[in-house]
Design a protein around this ligand. Structure first.
Ligand code: GAR
Length: 192
């Protein structure tokens, strides 16, 4: 299974995928890693590991549809079986999803459909929930919407900050992401 991974920032979940592939725990081929902004740590991690990388800079496009078209073409040029949004903080449109046959996987640091968006951990803390977690799902063109494949719960502890809670969530998120990619690569999960 060839995958293209999209990142916008740190790429710690991407790193977990890179490590799992390197160690033979996950049988996928990483075709490329791309970003919507230049200079991300995620892209650097991929380059350091020897994978092709690309950037389609969102801010350089006055018209969103043009960015979406160029991103779609760039990703398609690597002929992926699946596209993974691993901390990719941009919404793509229906034509992107359709081009990859619905095989656009996203991971989110909350128990969807609660707390979608760019600040899932902060929003859950602010609401005062006692349990939150993470979700891996087939993404559609909405904000963290689409059929849920796997979830894990994480308890909110007294004194948690956004950072401490997000770190504990990410431990579960990485496990869930690799397990789900593994199941998909073995044909265990039907597509969207
Ligand atoms: C992850 O927790 C991911 O779920 C989240 O961004 C973080 C990226 O961390 N994505 C979203 O919030 C999507 N709505 P990373 O760059 O260190 O992997």
């Amino acid at each position: 299974m060839r995958i293209v991974v999209l990142v916008s920032g740190t790429g710690s979940n991407l790193q977990a995928v890179l490590d799992a592939v390197r160690d033979g725990r996950l049988d996928v081929e990483i075709a490329a890693v791309g970003s919507d902004r230049p200079g991300t740590q995620g892209v650097r991690r991929a380059a350091d590991a020897g994978y092709p990388t690309f950037v389609v800079p969102f801010r350089d496009y006055p018209v969103r549809a043009d960015w979406n078209r160029d991103l779609t073409e760039k990703v398609a040029s690597y002929d992926p079986d699946l596209v993974l949004s691993s901390g990719f903080m941009r919404i793509v449109d229906e034509s992107f999803i359709a081009r990859f046959d619905g095989r656009y996987l996203n991971t989110h640091p909350a128990l969807l459909p609660s707390f979608p968006g760019a600040h899932g951990v902060r929003d859950a803390l602010a609401y005062g929930v006692k349990v939150t977690g993470c979700t891996v799902h087939w993404a559609d063109a909405g904000v963290d919407t689409g059929p849920i494949l796997a979830q894990a719960a994480v308890e909110v502890l007294d004194g948690d900050t956004e950072e401490t809670l997000h770190e504990r969530i990410k431990v579960q998120e990485r496990r869930l992401l690799i397990e789900t990619l593994d199941r998909i690569s073995r044909g265990g999960i039907p597509k969207l």
